[in-house]
Design a binder for this molecule. Structure first.
Ligand code: ATP
Ligand code: MG
Length: 591
């Protein structure tokens, strides 16, 4: 009985709340007609029509019923018109576009799902009326600012505001776009500095968009990939010789602040000149002045021509810092899909994790270890998994990633460092002590590793650097023992001198990448102990001069190494004899 009554009560009393916005108030009859038609459409017994004046609509009206918005304003038609022009990129049939849109102006009403901003704080907007919204969808606020759907509750959706929050107000209209976040891409993006949403910030105007790439994309599957076996030379002797990186590999650069992390990445970019590799440098949470400095350095070394810089600086909202690496990867994927080899640098992921932590706390997600949210591992694994080398059927392109992580007091066992170490294929560990002792790049040979690089090293380099790590480890051990004894036998002395020379030879100033053949010549001679007898302070200059001399006198050997990547026993013999010969030329006798 009671249920029947309730049912009947509700059937008899269906109150409908709707809201109408207009630029100019329609006449009373028109509003009455609207109420009447709403009553019929929604089978309501009563219609409460809220009214709102909004000059920006120019003309027409916007009607909202529940989470449906019927936009019949002049502004919407104009926006649509503009969108069309943008898509046609000015080279379509303008007249027909105009005509079809003018037709739309008179007839059809754009129907979208949307609601209003309920609350707004710290770059997060809670909106209603979005029962169908999906995670990662872009929503559009009344003033054109975009938002990204993050949390979906029964009654409301939390979005991060991708723009200036100051320009929004509670009560503003929001509509769904039905699209996920993406950025514009095109060949002309090369040489540009863009923000996390792909908009140029270098003051050189827009670039020609050719495609639209989703910021988040699923990583390629196992079957689409091929093994990593082509080298990605950094031009840094200490890395290429001992921790070679292959195309498609993810090698972490980790170390305390100011240990030369960024420098290694920039040197690697500079070394890609004329190697047909596209570079993407993603700056996350850095000072804008630092980014400007990096861009000017890249320009100075003519590296900007094949480089894209994506920047979300420290002053930008956490949301943009969170998105920047994904946007950078989307740009990298655009080039990879064209069969290109791409190098991407994330500088740095510690700041990225901090930005995500800030965002997650504001989104009221529960904090876990070190107050990071539970999914912080997934944050980086889904990002780094997108670096891969595709097989020939899928274009044969590749993305090599050099993520950077900053440690505190050399602690690699902190939460974020251990996470990323476990995701990557090895790490270059930079040490403050080495850095301050003048061993720059400050690569710690014992703790650094490259898990797939061996297969990607050129045979020539492998041949001459095979014993390098062991030699250096022995030297380190012997060095600590030697401190305690005053009398050393000649063999130990030689071993120490040799180790010292190797350490010296691995020092490398900024912006001076060494070519593969140069590395082979220098190491070929050094590991044969051909440089013994030369004072440690002079050995680097000597090696440099020896290489120049060798290049002039034995150009054929150099060409062979460069072209084949191989080093025959004969060639190695020529290098070693050459070193002895040059020593004589310079007046150093064999010990
Ligand atoms: P941060 O933690 O601030 O990001 P970082 O670890 O990225 O620092 P860099 O900015 O690359 O370090 O380098 C710090 C300083 O060390 C710079 O002034 C740079 O010029 C110098 N430096 C780095 N590598 C070398 C090198 N191989 N030879 C000489 N100087 C170097
Ligand atoms: Mg840095």
């Amino acid at each position: 009985m009671a249920t029947d009554f309730t049912k009947k009560f509700f059937e008899d009393n269906r109150i409908l709340k709707a809201r109408v916005s207009y630029a100019k108030r329609p006449s009373a009859e028109e509003l009455e007609r609207l109420s009447q038609s709403l009553k019929e459409t929604y089978h309501a017994t009563e219609v409460i029509l809220e009214e709102e004046q909004n000059e920006e609509l120019i003309g027409g009206y916007v009607l909202q019923v529940g989470d449906r918005i019927f936009d019949n304003s002049v502004k919407a038609s104009f926006d649509k018109l503009q969108e069309h022009f943008k898509q046609e990129k000015g080279n379509g049939n303008v007249i027909s576009v105009l005509k079809s849109n003018l037709d739309g102006l008179n007839g059809e009403i754009a129907e979208t799902e949307g609601g209003h901003i309920l609350r707004l704080h710290d770059g997060i907007a809670a909106v209603d009326g979005m029962s169908q919204a999906v995670y990662g969808e872009i929503v559009l606020f009344e003033n054109g600012t975009k938002g990204l759907v993050q949390n979906i509750d029964e009654t409301e959706v939390l979005c991060i505001v991708l723009g200036d929050e100051q320009e929004l107000e509670e009560g503003d209209r929001v509509i769904r776009t039905g699209k996920r976040a993406g950025i514009p891409v095109g060949k002309e993006i090369l040489g540009r500095v863009v923000d996390a949403l792909g908009a140029p910030i270098d003051g050189a105007g827009p670039f020609r968009e050719e495609d639209w790439y989703l910021i988040e994309r699923k990583a390629p599957g196992v079957l689409e990939r091929q093994p990593v076996n082509v080298p990605m030379q950094t031009g840094i002797l200490a890395i290429d010789a001992m921790f070679p990186i292959g195309r498609g590999q993810r090698e972490l650069i980790i170390g305390d602040r100011q240990t030369g992390k960024t420098s290694i990445a920039i040197d690697t970019i500079i070394n890609q000149k004329d190697k047909d590799v596209i570079c993407v440098y993603v700056a996350i949470g850095q000072k804008a002045s630092t980014v400007a400095q990096i861009v000017s350095n890249l320009k100075k070394h003519h590296a900007m021509d094949y480089c894209v810089v994506v920047s979300a600086s420290a002053s930008e909202p956490a949301a943009l810092q969170y998105l920047a690496p994904y946007s950078g990867t989307a740009i990298a994927e655009y080039f990879m899909d064209q069969g290109k080899d791409v190098l991407i640098i994330y500088d740095d992921l510690s700041k990225h994790a901090v930005a995500y932590r800030a965002l997650s706390l504001l989104l009221e997600r529960s904090p876990g270890r070190e107050a990071y949210p539970g999914d912080v591992f997934y944050l980086h694994s889904r990002l780094l998994e997108r670096s891969s080398r595709m097989d020939e059927a899928h274009g044969g392109g590749s993305i090599t990633a050099l993520p950077i992580v900053e440690t505190q007091g050399g602690d690699v066992s902190a939460y974020i460092p251990t996470n990323i170490i476990s995701i990557t294929d090895g790490q270059i560990f930079l040490e403050s002590d080495l850095f301050f002792a003048g061993n720059r790049p400050a690569v710690n040979v014992g703790l650094s590793v490259s898990r797939v690089g061996g297969a990607a090293q050129t045979k020539a380099l492998k041949k001459v650097s095979g014993t390098l790590r062991i030699d250096l480890a022995q030297y380190k051990e012997m060095e600590s023992f030697a401190q305690f004894s005053s009398e050393l036998d000649s063999e130990t002395k030689e071993q120490l001198a040799y180790g010292e020379q190797l350490m010296e030879l691995l020092k490398q100033p900024l912006y001076e990448p060494k070519s593969m053949e140069k590395q082979v010549i220098i190491l070929g001679a050094a590991t044969h102990r051909s440089f013994l007898g030369i004072p440690v302070k002079e050995v680097r200059a000597f090696a440099e001069e020896f290489y120049q001399w060798f290049a002039q006198n034995y150009a054929a050997v150099l060409d062979e190494i460069r072209d084949t990547g191989n080093l025959s026993d004969d060639a190695l013999e020529i290098i070693r004899n050459g070193a002895e010969e040059y020593k004589k030329v310079k007046g150093y006798g064999k010990q």
